[in-house]
Design a binder for this molecule. Structure first.
Ligand SMILES: *Cc1c(COP(=O)(O)O)cnc(C)c1O
Length: 855
């Protein structure tokens, strides 16, 4: 029977065990094994049944068992110790406190998705998991961050596969009362409500849930409340669900509503208002408009407000794939940006921020990533290669500058080791290396024998095999109206066979089916009698992406062949719960995107943390970390004539590696039945690679390279009632207006004769027309370097030319700038002279996108 209404009744926990409730209320349990063990002890079977979610578990556990434990002094004391441990974790000084830095005071981190725990499914893939890991690492490091997102009633979706291989989506509703969430309330108990004015005099209201992710508060806005019309209650129904307008409403809520929620939060908690705003992708870009409108309300102009907002804003771009970037119909955006929503903000100014460079401003789509870059003085990609790709991709925003000068840096993603390292491996480290820190050089020592490490890895593989069987048996029953699964389903996979994993979302560029290029060859690899290989595959396709669903179908149908089905499986409903067992259970992690479309990719990092070796195209993070010790590179067939040939060549390389390098190495056993060469690689991966891949390294980089500079810049520009911001705005306007008249009239050179030598000095004098600008408004630079052909200066270097005193010219607005370049290298040499704006509050030469080049 179907209930008409559902809610969760929370258990009554005996007062002696109140520690359990406190521990369940903070999501730190999701990465803290000792806390999990405390819960598991209550009822190991029930614990597994609740998917290791303490909140669901406490709601389900037999009250008699709790009463019994309340009388068990040993257990009560254990629980108290864990509570003390949590309390000191939450309050003691950590890395950030040791810096003694006054800023940033508070960093507001906005993301459309957060993957923190399996039981809080508010993510679709890598972007969300990364956001979750960012919060956890920020918590461990004591970084004063507050996170903002949306609460989606049905999360993303849950996937099942029909017998003919087609993806089916279900949207089971979550009950927030059964989750570790609390409503943000005013002291009188009334819930905080955030309101956005919509067109046609409608209003969108949201309540604010708060979750505690260790030390980090996470605010999630939720429109499913009676104050809204039925239609508007659906705004936060699911992640990336609807089309244009629905998505736009979600993003307006995230950005504008998010800033409003933060104001209430900071008032209620007494915490500092944020001095840094970090947008994890463009989806939260409207936060900049809300902040600009607030400054306009304080009397600033749009341009002045923009300076203030930019100074403290960090934008992270996550994808070079156009479909991954939100672009809205311009007219639609315009209809929402009313003065009721954003008082004082001229919609034309706001709309201009989203115009793609070079596009017709009247008709261009409204691009959220472009707006993000215009709103943020600090921007980054998520791996070194992705940084380069982004500088080229967005270079048109800074016309006249080479890609190297485009102000987008990179910080390579990381993953949260305590979340993603298997408990068995942590246990082994604790026992043998004397540390629970699995990322430890001691993995190279003899403290752990090869045999022992290999046997722990086998346990991890077995755990995956059992999990896969359980999932497939359940999926079979679901697909076949409750019929029980045939015997072979209980027998799929083998804990002693070399295991290759592949799991991720299924956009085309990730090439789920590359492995099927030559089905006969793959079949031979899987069924090799001496050196068999097995594949475990998972992934969700976006519900609107039929192309992705066809790829899944093709793969599922391949796995259904009777002679293969025990060696290659597709596990439905990829999520964090599956991921937790999948990465540790694999020996090899496969990634074969179309280079360079994988911005970073984090699943391979998680696999490496569990001693898996990577087999990957040289893309994303792997382009930085690939080494013989850590796995194998699938060569990229850049020279291929077309994409079909490229796929064919890259797949052939993949088969070759599996057949001739990987399988032989795995099955080459020494006297103890251990693959000695394999173990060397596994140890090096654990000892030297995994420490580099941690989210703590990533968050420290964010603090030092982006958050701190953003906080400082924000303080600088906002000082004395934002006087510097006003000056900077006035100066930028003046420079922009005057710029068309700025040019290099001519350049005189001397000092080198017809046959210059290394060590010679090249003297330059540039006559520069400044129009209405003052000499100190600009820098005049020689840009020079190797010039193998007419169009380029490679790895250019720069020297600033100085204004020549008293060098009057016929034209008062023309000044002479002079300087010297030493020719320090032999070979083809080229130089040019350019004029760029100069102001102490600019962070990069390219910032205004203005340059006047000689010639
Ligand atoms: C890590 C992870 C991802 C992201 O994997 P990529 O390799 O970056 O595509 C997606 N989903 C889940 C459940 C994950 O744990």
């Amino acid at each position: 029977m179907k209930p008409i209404r559902k809610f969760t009744v929370r258990a009554v926990v005996p007062p002696q065990l109140s520690a359990l409730e406190e521990l369940a209320a903070n999501l730190r349990w999701s990465w803290h094994e000792p806390t999990r063990r405390l819960f598991e002890h209550i009822d190991p079977t029930g614990w597994q049944r609740s998917d290791r979610d303490p909140v669901a578990f406490l709601g389900d556990v037999d009250p008699a068992r709790l009463e019994q434990l309340a009388g068990d002094a040993g257990y009560v004391e254990w629980a108290e110790r864990q509570r003390e441990d949590l309390r000191s974790y939450l309050s003691e000084p950590r890395w950030f406190q040791s810096l003694g830095a006054e800023t940033p005071r508070t960093i507001a981190y906005f993301s459309p998705e957060f993957g923190i725990a399996d039981s809080l499914p508010q993510y679709s893939g890598g972007l969300g998991i990364l956001a979750g890991d960012h919060l956890k690492a920020a918590s461990d490091l004591g970084v004063p961050l507050v996170a903002v997102g949306l609460f989606y009633k049905a999360g993303y979706f849950s996937q099942s596969i029909s017998p003919d291989g087609w993806q089916q989506e279900r949207y089971p509703a979550l009950d927030p009362d059964g989750l570790p969430l609390a409503v943000l309330r005013r002291p009188d108990g009334a819930p905080v409500q955030v309101t956005l004015a919509l067109p046609d005099d409608r209003s969108l209201h949201a309540r604010v849930w708060t979750a505690s992710v260790g030390r980090i508060p996470l605010l999630l806005l939720d429109t499913d409340i009676p104050a809204n019309t039925d239609e508007l209650r659906q705004v936060t129904d699911r992640l990336y669900g609807g089309g244009g307008e629905h998505r736009l409403q979600q993003e307006l809520l995230l950005g504008i509503g998010g800033v409003r929620a933060l104001r209430a939060w900071s008032e209620l908690t007494g915490r500092h208002a944020p001095d840094v705003f970090h947008m994890n992708e463009g989806h939260a870009g409207f936060l900049g408009l809300e902040r600009i409108a607030a400054y306009i309300g304080e009397g600033l102009s749009f341009t002045e407000a923009l300076q203030l907002v930019r100074a403290g804003t960090v934008f992270t771009t996550h994808t070079p794939v156009p479909a991954g970037i939100d672009r809205f119909d311009r007219g639609l955006v315009k209809s929402y940006l009313t003065s009721a929503l954003l008082p004082g903000l001229d919609p034309a100014d706001a709309l201009a921020l989203g115009v793609e460079p070079g596009a017709d401003p009247a008709t261009s789509a409204f691009n959220m990533a472009i707006m993000g870059l215009r709103l943020a003085q600090h921007a980054n990609g998520v791996s070194k290669l992705h940084g380069e790709v982004s500088r080229r991709m967005f270079g048109a925003l800074w016309p006249g500058f080479d890609a190297e000068e485009v102000p987008i840096t990179s910080i390579t993603n990381g993953v949260h080791a305590p979340t993603w390292t298997d408990a068995a491996l942590l246990g082994l480290a604790e026992q043998r290396l004397g540390t629970a820190d699995a990322e430890h050089a001691a993995w190279l020592s003899e403290a752990v024998s090869d045999a022992e490490l290999f046997s722990v890895k086998r346990g991890m593989r077995l755990q995956l095999v059992e999990d896969a069987r359980r999932r497939l048996v359940a999926a079979w029953a679901e697909q076949h109206a409750g019929a029980s699964a045939p015997d072979w389903v209980h027998r799929v996979l083998d804990p002693d066979v070399l295991t290759v994993g592949f799991a991720r979302r299924v956009p085309t560029y990730k090439r789920l089916t590359l492995m099927l290029q030559d089905p006969e060859r793959l079949k031979a690899i899987l069924t090799n009698p001496d050196r068999p290989v097995q594949f475990v595959i998972a992934g969700k396709s976006h519900p609107a992406d039929d192309e992705g669903k066809r790829l899944i179908q093709q793969l599922v149908q391949f796995t259904q062949q009777p002679e293969l089905r025990e060696r290659i499986v597709f596990l439905p409903d990829y999520d964090m719960g599956m991921a937790e067992r999948l990465y540790p259970g694999c020996d090899v992690w496969l990634n074969n995107p179309l280079r360079p479309l994988e911005a970073c990719g984090t699943s391979g990092m998680k696999a490496a943390m569990n001693g898996a070796l990577n087999l990957s195209i040289l893309d994303g993070w792997w382009a930085e970390f690939a080494a013989d010790d850590h796995g194998w590179v699938i060569p990229t067939a850049d020279a291929a004539a077309d994409s079909a040939e490229r796929d064919r060549l890259e797949a052939a390389a993949l088969y070759d590696l599996l057949e001739h390098r990987i399988a032989p190495s795995f099955y080459e056993r020494d006297a103890d039945e251990v693959p000695a060469e394999w173990m060397v690689r596994m140890r090096r991966t654990l000892a030297t690679l995994s420490p580099e891949l941690g989210a703590d390294r990533m968050v420290r980089e964010y603090v030092e390279r982006l958050y701190r500079p953003a906080a400082e810049q924000s303080a600088r520009v906002g000082a004395s009632g934002a006087k510097p911001a006003r000056e900077l705005a006035a100066w930028s306007n003046r420079v922009r207006e005057a710029w068309p008249a700025v040019h290099v009239a001519h350049v005189e050179s001397g000092g080198v004769d017809a046959a210059p030598h290394v060590g010679d000095a090249l003297h330059l004098r540039a006559h520069v027309a400044l129009g209405s600008l003052r000499p100190e408004d600009v820098s005049v630079e020689v840009v020079y370097g190797r010039s193998p052909d007419d169009d380029v200066i490679e790895a250019p270097r720069r020297v600033t030319l100085e204004p020549e005193a008293g060098a009057a010219t016929s034209d008062a607005a023309t000044r002479v700038y002079a300087g010297t370049v030493t020719l320090d290298r032999a070979g083809a040499f080229g130089y040019t002279v350019r004029v760029v704006p100069r102001h102490p509050l600019l962070l990069s030469t390219a910032e205004l996108g203005l340059v006047a080049l000689a010639g």
